[in-house]
Design a protein around this ligand. Structure first.
Ligand SMILES: [Ca+2]
Ligand SMILES: [Ca+2]
Length: 269
């Protein structure tokens, strides 16, 4: 009889470990998170957040999705590994701090006041409203949409890549030399959907790299090259009912042979 109890306890213990890995709903977070205003995510946890927090710390390969209703003072990554990702798809975040090589953030909607991008980390901005961005220590920020209402500082081998068209630089101290921006001032242009943008560069240190780039249609995963990975995403959408809007290269509303032709023409450009 005693053996059965021991076995049962072991089963319950391991089951609790297995199920505690799969955290998706903030209302279902098991202790200690449920009793804390601030929390840390570890391992491969993936959490949606739509409420109020002071400090959220994201470790290793954890992912966090900030949704409408969220109001957060600070999110920071620590010891980031591959797949560590902060996604802002709504809500209001005062500060995002990215540390270490594999830390990534994607801004799609909502408002972010300050982003500090450092130690070779990566930020992709697709939409939303971002106020100030600091890009340092070899980090990269890529902007393809949204509004940058404040200013951008780029220093210490930081990289800023702006994808759009009809670029112009405005100011006495700023120049566009074959797509590379020298000096500081205002950059205007249009995003891929033809909406206008205005970006103010406050600091552009000598070691910094600010580039104005045309969007490569076939670069579906936005890593600046068209290769097997993009082909695989397109092929998956061709052969199934799934629809990845980035794979509809000619914006025709469906994914077919015409999109494949565009990808073939831009292959390994
Ligand atoms: Ca690509
Ligand atoms: Ca298409």
């Amino acid at each position: 009889m005693k053996k059965i109890w021991i076995v049962t306890l072991f089963v319950l213990f391991f089951a609790s470990i297995v199920f505690s890995e799969d955290v998706n709903d903030p209302n279902q977070i098991s202790p200690p998170y449920s009793s804390m205003i601030d929390f840390s995510l570890w391992g491969k946890q993936n959490l949606d957040v739509n409420n109020v927090h002071n400090l959220l710390t994201i470790y290793h390969s954890a992912k966090i999705n900030i949704l409408p209703g969220a109001f957060i003072e600070k999110i920071e990554t620590m010891y980031a590994r591959k797949d560590c990702l902060i996604t802002v798809d709504g809500g209001d975040v005062n500060n995002i701090n990215l540390y270490l090589y594999s830390a990534q953030a994607a801004i799609k909607n909502g408002y972010v006041n300050n982003i500090f991008v450092q130690n070779y980390s990566l930020v992709n901005i697709y939409g939303g409203d971002v106020n100030n961005i600091d890009i340092v220590h070899g980090s990269t920020t890529k902007i393809r949409g949204g509004e940058i209402s404040g200013t951008i500082f780029v220093k210490d081998k930081g990289n800023l890549k702006i994808y759009g068209h009809d670029f112009e630089v405005i100011g006495e101290n700023i120049n566009n030399i074959n797509g590379k921006v020298i000096g500081t001032g205002v950059i205007i242009g249009k995003w891929e959907d033809n909406t206008n943008f205005l970006i103010t560069i406050e600091e552009n240190e000598e070691t910094a790299n600010i580039l104005l780039l045309p969007k490569i249609l076939s670069d579906i995963n936005n890593d600046d090259i068209v290769n097997m990975i993009d082909f695989a995403i397109l092929a998956k959408n061709l052969s199934s009912n799934s629809f990845n809007i980035n794979a509809d290269l000619d914006s025709s509303g469906n994914i077919d042979i015409e999109d494949l032709k565009i990808l073939a023409s831009e292959w390994l450009l």
